[in-house]
Design a protein around this ligand. Structure first.
Ligand code: RIB
Ligand code: CA
Length: 310
């Protein structure tokens, strides 16, 4: 059973972010898109979010956030998502304007407006959420649930610093602020993403649906799908879609573990790693429900519905 509770998405669209955002608008009440830099620069991630709101025919406000990580600059992921973050298709830009409110302030405000009901889904670097926490330390008390796409709980990351996953590795200081100040959150990591890939044939069948969302997603994801095939990925990995599925319908979780997860900030080889206290030796309370497995069929149904391919 999916929910229609209020949802706030912090995101760096980004091809897999786009699928997650389509899913959220199909199955929940999205109260805003808080935009981060990450996959590509903030100008592109904001433009991509505005375009996606047009394609979906919604009026979801888009709140620009931080253009840089909190402390050190980091490399983007344009090599995966395209220079513009949406497959370099040259889509016609939206005429819609972004909101005149910073993402960090919007996160705090919406947590008050929907106190006790709001689910926050973080699909990009945690810069905006970290700033919101510093401005508003009571934020976690008002948020019903936080779901984070990030990390690699056994060190199998996807960046040049082997144990680091992109969202955490792009802004480790922000992740440290969130992981050490948010009492409990759901964590959907890169390793779970690798266990829950999508068959290319299935995805391409869904993208053939007679629906504007499917047509648009087929276009913006084309480059990333061919990049994945060329780099030997047996299935299409969509980290943000998996995290969104967990946010929309927690009943799809079939295996999880509650552990303390910390962020490495200084390691020469390990900066940005998510360090899990698997043996519970640190005597610190668990802050994360680590999602280890979901029901693949239910996950894929949420995607198909969002593309009009059900
Ligand atoms: O590591 C995968 C994550 O990094 C996804 O959120 C993707 O969009 C990128 O932001
Ligand atoms: Ca993302």
């Amino acid at each position: 059973m999916t929910m229609r509770a209020p949802l706030l998405i912090d995101t760096d669209p980004g091809v897999d972010d786009a699928l997650a955002i389509l899913m959220a608008h199909q199955h929940a009440e999205v109260k805003g898109l808080a935009i981060a830099a990450g996959n590509v620069g903030l100008r592109h991630t904001v433009n991509n979010a505005l375009k996606l709101v047009d394609v979906m025919g919604h009026e979801t406000p888009v709140f620009p956030g931080c253009a840089t990580p909190l402390v050190l600059d980091a490399a983007d992921a344009a090599f995966v998502h395209g220079a513009d973050g949406f497959g370099d298709t040259g889509y016609s830009r939206s005429t819609r304007a972004a909101a005149n409110e910073h993402a960090a302030l919007a996160i705090s405000r919406l947590s008050r407006e929907f106190a006790g009901q709001l689910t926050v889904v973080a699909l990009g670097p945690l810069t905006n959420l970290a700033l919101a926490l510093r401005l508003d330390p009571e934020l976690p008390r008002r948020v019903a649930r936080l779901v984070i796409m990030g990390g690699a709980v056994n060190g199998r990351g996807n960046t040049h610093l082997v144990p680091a996953e992109f969202n955490i590795g792009f802004d480790p200081e922000a992740a440290h602020v969130v992981f050490s100040n948010w009492p409990t959150f759901d964590l959907v990591d890169w390793e779970a993403t690798m266990h829950h890939g999508l068959a290319y044939d299935d995805l391409e069948q869904w993208l053939a649906a007679d629906d504007e969302r499917a047509r648009f997603y087929a276009s913006v994801s084309r480059r990333t799908r061919s990049w994945a095939r060329q780099h030997g990925r047996q299935r299409m990995l969509s980290a943000d879609a998996l995290a969104m599925a967990v946010a929309l319908d927690p009943s799809i979780i079939v295996e999880s573990a509650e552990r303390h997860v910390g962020i490495e900030l200084a390691g020469g080889l390990t900066r940005g790693a998510t360090v899990v206290d698997w043996e519970q030796r640190m005597a610190r309370p668990a802050n994360a429900r680590i999602v280890l497995g979901v029901e693949q069929g239910k996950f894929e149904n949420l995607i198909r519905d969002a593309l009009g391919a059900a």
